[in-house]
Ligand binder design. Structure first.
Ligand SMILES: [Zn+2]
Ligand SMILES: [Zn+2]
Length: 283
């Protein structure tokens, strides 16, 4: 069995070298590694986005003008091409200089901790998303950036990540990184939940008839968020806790298009200049 251990050791060493954790590397090598990882993760994210949004759009369809779908896909692709390299750059910086509590060996904290850390990560992700999303609804920020994500009424699966680079930085990337400065999370937790949340984003914007769960903020809740503009409700993306805590949960109103599926056929153009409305109707 000794040979097996030796092989494991060599594999581990090569993985370490790959992760650039132990070797002293030049700036140029680091830059090449950054380009490689950015290209790989950007490519993977694009594939997941097109498969997930394509499937959800087909299963939980909603007909909107082709221009609107094109607008959302364009910003979806831009957001992944901007966001993926930034996340990889952060991961590289962590490997080089250990800038947060991310860890790579499950054994370091044990399996039980890992299991408990999964919902905690999503909870902290959702809190960061909630807070950054509130910032996106500040008038200046909304008019400068977030109105683009609200431009599709009703939203479709493709709208899930239809956000500009500013919003990508603020509410696309920050929610993944901020929790890593609060407590330790395994690197695969970050990547796996990253993919799961990308798929969840496509569901939230579709016509999937899932609503009323006490804990989970569903597609109907987020569709209601898209019904309104600047002044809004239902800011979180996964749980109801944060909207309950800050008094922004609205389950009394219903999106005007809810349950209409194919019957709702807006033929308009996407909104490309900032506008504040429509105003929220307080029930
Ligand atoms: Zn919003
Ligand atoms: Zn949305």
């Amino acid at each position: 069995m000794e040979w097996l251990h030796e092989r494991e050791d060599t594999q581990l060493a090569s993985v370490r070298l790959l992760l650039l954790g132990s070797a002293a590397v030049t700036g140029w090598e680091l830059f090449l590694e950054f380009l490689k990882r950015g290209a790989i993760s950007g490519g993977m994210a694009l594939v997941i986005y097109f498969i997930a949004a394509g499937t959800v759009a087909r299963l939980f369809s909603r007909e909107v003008a082709r221009d609107i779908t094109r607008h959302d896909i364009k910003w979806g692709v831009v957001s992944l091409l901007v966001g993926s390299p930034i996340l990889q750059g952060y991961a590289l910086a962590h490997e080089q200089w250990g800038v947060s509590f991310v860890y790579t060996d499950i054994g370091e904290y044990g399996w039980l901790y890992w299991l408990v850390s999964l919902p905690l990560y999503v909870l902290l992700w959702d809190l960061t998303f909630y807070l950054t999303h509130r910032v996106l609804h500040w008038p200046k920020v909304y008019r400068g950036s977030h109105f683009r994500h609200h431009s599709c009424r009703p939203p479709v699966a493709w709208s899930g990540i239809a956000i500009d680079p500013f919003e990508t930085l603020l509410s696309g990337i920050a929610p993944y990184i901020v929790p890593l400065f609060i407590m330790p999370f395994h690197i695969w937790t970050v990547y796996a939940l990253n993919m799961a949340l990308l798929i969840w984003a496509t569901c939230l914007h579709s016509s999937m008839n899932y609503a009323g769960n006490a804990v989970i903020l569903g597609p109907k809740d987020h569709n209601l968020h898209h019904t309104y503009g600047l002044k809004n409700c239902n800011y979180a993306a996964v749980f109801t806790f944060w909207d309950r805590l800050f008094g922004t949960l609205d389950r009394k109103n219903s999106p005007p298009w809810w349950g209409m599926k194919e019957m709702w056929r807006p033929k308009g153009k996407p909104i490309t200049t900032p506008q504040d409305g429509p105003d929220r109707i307080q029930a």
